[in-house]
Design a protein around this ligand. Sequence first.
Ligand code: FE2
Length: 391
Amino acid sequence: MSSSAPAPASSPGNRRDPLRLVDVDFVRFYVGNAKQAAYFYAQSFGFEIEQISDLTTGSRDAATYLLSQGNIRFLLTSGLHAGHPASEEVALYGDGIKDIAFTVDDAVKAYDECLRRGADSAYEPIEISDEHGTVVMAGIKAMGRVIHSFVSRTGDYDLDRVKKGGQFMPKFQKQTDLAINQYNRDNPIGLFYVDHCVANVELGKMNYWVDWYSDILDFNLFKHFDDNDISTEYSALMSKVMDSGRELIKIPINEPAEGKRKSQIQEYLDWHNNTPGIQHLALLTKDELHTVGRLHQRGVDFLRIPDTYYETVWDRVGDVKEDHEIIRDLKILVDRDDKGYLLQIFTKPLQDRPTLFFEIICRRGSESFGKGNFKALFESLEIEQDRRGNL
Ligand code: FE2
């Protein structure tokens, strides 16, 4: 074939096209009570309760609340009868994340291509239309009962219009007069997008899912300075980070490892019906001190770390422009790689089970995930233990 011939349909360039991910369309949670969960995430984390789909809008099977902040869109869904999948999964796992959905140009083509590559179908394409436009969705199965939906949008349901406040899809109704929304507009938290979304899988399954994200969704193994799969005696987990490219999302995949303590990954699996799933979402802010300060005022419960952490952290991470005393007062963690530093903090679990939690992250150049804090956290805990004579 001459070099000027058009590329055949099977060339890598063309093959990738159907899976060009435009954006993270939404993150869907299955929850026991969508109405109450919506107020929790609005009151605690500053999300706008933007649109609702429920009995009052003609949805007979499920109630779904669209919450938004920056370029983050959560769908909180509860079944309205026992047979709805959300009801079944809440019974198995408690509240948690069901779907990380991607906007694509053509959801059917993306779905078909994934099936051709060996993915299992979660649900076949559905088309939801009215006089304003069309949303097409189709889903593939990822780890456990987590799925990835592909969403393509036309007419008024185009994602850019949704981002400007347009209707999310048919049967959604905008909320115009909720006092909490006005309060959140007056008192913004400052979350911008989902930086990463971490999956916990069973022992020995990390590399399977690394290959899956590479083979099915064209994600790449993300290389950074601390990227390795060697567990330390402290961290007791192994992790590899998959990158969607185009700065959309990264999906670190954890599996448990033997360590000094029971792996936090194993604890998750124990309380998640021995099923892999999403462990945390990291939400990005451009001003960690503002965001975390406001979240503290709203009563968000963060992991507490001992003051001893701050006896060594500044030597470890070097120059950090944010106020050191405020960082310490807010119990924010700091880490550095060869590209810069990051600030991060972790909430306690967001529901009764020790499963899903949030991370609030701010990047000052750093592209990593705070691995240096595993060791520092456990070391500072041991300093406390030692002071109590218990080490
Ligand atoms: Fe994280």
